[in-house]
Structure formats: C-alpha cells, structure tokens
Design a protein around this ligand. Structure first.
Ligand SMILES: Cc1cc2nc3c(=O)[nH]c(=O)nc-3n(C[C@H](O)[C@H](O)[C@H](O)COP(=O)(O)OP(=O)(O)OC[C@H]3O[C@@H](n4cnc5c(N)ncnc54)[C@H](O)[C@@H]3O)c2cc1C
Length: 289
C-alpha cells in the first residue's frame, strides 16, 4: 500500500516493534492495530538487526495493512546480510504488498567492529534496492546529534548525502528532546544539497526506565527542562507518563508551528500513549479550524 503524499495539515506516523516469539504475536498485533486505528499516515515496523525476527516485521506490516487499511513502512537492516538474503526479503515484501522500506545498516552485533558482509553501510542497501527493485519507496535514518560511531559531523553529513543520492525518498531522524538540534541539522543538510523530506522523530518518554534505555541507545542530549521534569515526576509512574506525553506534544506543536507537517512518533507498542497524543493535538489543532 502506497504512503499518501504530504498534505498541508499535520500528519503523523507511529513506530511499533515486532514480537520475538510466535506467542507474543497476538498481543503485539492487537497493539499495532489499535495504533493504526488512530489513522496515522503510515505505521513503521522495526526490524531486528542481523535478520532475527524479520518474518514478524513483514507479517505485522501485512496485518496492519490488511486489518486497518493503513500503509506501512517495513524496516530492513543489512548488517551481516548477503545479496541473496536481501533479495529474498525484497521478494517477501513485494508478495505481502508492502511498498515502502526503511533501509538501515542496523547496530553492529557485539564483537563486530567494522563493516562486514555484502552491505557494509546503509548506502549499499539503498543502492541495491534502487538497482534491483526501483519501485520501492525508500527511507533512510539520520542523526541530528551525529551518529554515535562518527568521529566528526562533517564525515557524517558527507555519508548522509551519499545515502540520499543513492535513492532515499525521505529521512527520519533519531529521537531528540531539543527541537533546536533538529532545526540546526535541517539547516546544515539543506546547505549541502539534501532536499528530501526529513521527518522529525519524537519519543514520548513515559517512565524513568525508558529514559535510561533511550539515552543509552540514542546518545540523545537531555535538555535541563527535560531533566527537571524527570527529577520532579520520575518517582510517580502516572505523573511521569502524563508529563512525558505533555513534553512530546509540546515538541510536536513547536515543530508544526515552525512549518513541519509530518512528525514520526516512537510510540513503541503503546496505543494509550499514541491515543493521548492524538487527543491532545486534536484539541489544539481542532480549535484552529
Ligand atoms: C529512524 C530510525 C529507525 C531505526 N530502525 C531500526 C530498526 O528497525 N532496527 C535496527 O536494528 N536498528 C534501527 N535503527 C538504528 C540503526 O540501525 C543504527 O543507528 C545503526 O547504527 C546505523 O544505521 P544507519 O542505517 O544509520 O547506518 P549508516 O547510514 O550505514 O551509518 C552508520 C555509520 O557509518 C557511517 N558511514 C555511512 N556510510 C559510510 C561509508 N560509505 N564509509 C564509511 N562510513 C560510513 C555513518 O557516518 C555512521 O557513523 C534505527 C535508527 C533510526 C534513526
């Protein structure tokens, strides 16, 4: 199913992750369908780097498209993959009617230090998809605070430009908690000739445990305002959840007011959080109509 073109109103996409086992599939499917029921522009489904659980990613995409009529973006990582295994994945995606791929390298498994396999970097995967299956819509990842493995910003941006030139239709950012970082990044990449849409990635942080995991993985900067919020509400589960949602909604409103019309939300299989974000936003945007 094709992702619809941009409109001049705020659209959202939500991210879910697939289960690791057959038995966990039903509850994850239920959560994903509830999230899709909020009518996002698309739902993206993550992929276990190294190929673990790819069938769950594709199966979940299919369930969302067929069950909720919402287009999906299937993530696909290339670390450790061969041309044969990637070709097989592309065939499976086509057979499942999935048109859009988030093409990623994936995090290097422990012990793996440098690029290995047929696809050392995401750019190699993007080039391969473009050459062999040009009909796919392709997204790529980008990092307003630079990728943690990159020694410097200049190199990171140079490789990002190569990735876009290889055939990305759009980029989605790593999560950030300070919108100024995103706007600054946007300015830098427009200056070097990257003109595809760049969807800001917003993660509603709803518990202290989630903060620790998110920051370890993403290396995202925590603004003082956010740290204060955690200090104040972190020991009370429900208060932290509401404050985290309010912070994410605040970021989204600021992005929209600054002319950004599509926001990607890392909802991580939490339909209640996604629904509350939509409810609060529709209260604000609805009163503008
Ligand atoms: C929006 C988003 C979604 C994600 N979804 C998933 C997911 O579903 N599953 C998952 O496992 N992970 C996911 N990740 C995490 C991602 O896989 C990791 O951040 C990974 O470390 C890098 O992936 P990439 O596609 O950005 O890699 P690349 O674009 O290959 O970049 C990786 C590093 O290599 C450098 N580099 C790039 N090209 C070259 C080159 N030609 N020569 C030398 N250096 C180069 C870059 O500067 C960077 O430091 C996601 C990240 C984001 C932002």
């Amino acid at each position: 199913m094709k992702i619809s073109p941009a409109t001049h109103t705020l659209t959202m996409s939500f991210e879910v992750f697939p289960p690791k086992t057959d038995t966990a599939f039903a509850p994850v499917r239920q959560a994903a369908l509830e999230i899709a029921g909020l009518s996002p522009r698309f739902v993206s489904v993550t992929y276990g780097a190294g190929g673990n659980g790819s069938r769950y990613t594709f199966a979940l995409c299919r369930e969302i498209e067929e069950g909720a009529g919402v287009p999906t973006l299937a993530h696909l990582t290339c670390v450790g993959q061969t041309k044969q295994s990637i070709s097989a994945s592309l065939t499976s995606l086509k057979e499942a009617g999935i048109d859009s791929i988030m093409a990623l390298r994936g995090d290097l498994p422990e012990g793996m230090t440098g690029p290995q396999g047929d696809f050392p970097h995401a750019v190699d995967l993007i080039r391969f998809i473009r050459e062999t299956n040009p009909e796919f819509t392709i997204g790529g990842a980008c990092y307003p605070e630079i990728h943690p493995e990159s020694p410097d910003r200049r190199g990171d941006l140079k490789y990002l430009k190569e990735k876009v030139d290889a055939g990305c239709d759009f980029l989605t950012t790593q999560m950030f908690f300070d919108n100024a970082l995103y706007f600054h990044f946007l300015y830098r990449i427009r200056e070097i000739g990257i003109h595809v849409p760049v969807f800001p990635g917003i993660m509603p942080i709803t518990s202290v445990r989630q903060i620790e995991r998110a920051v370890t993985l993403s290396h995202s900067f925590m603004p003082t305002r956010f740290k204060r919020l955690v200090d104040h509400f972190g020991s009370n589960g429900e208060a932290m959840k509401q404050a985290g949602i309010a912070y994410a909604v605040d970021q989204i409103i600021d992005l929209y007011a600054s002319g950004i019309e599509h926001v990607h939300v890392y909802t991580m299989n939490k339909p209640d959080v996604a629904a509350e974000i939509c409810r609060r936003l529709s209260g604000i945007l609805g009163s503008m109509a």
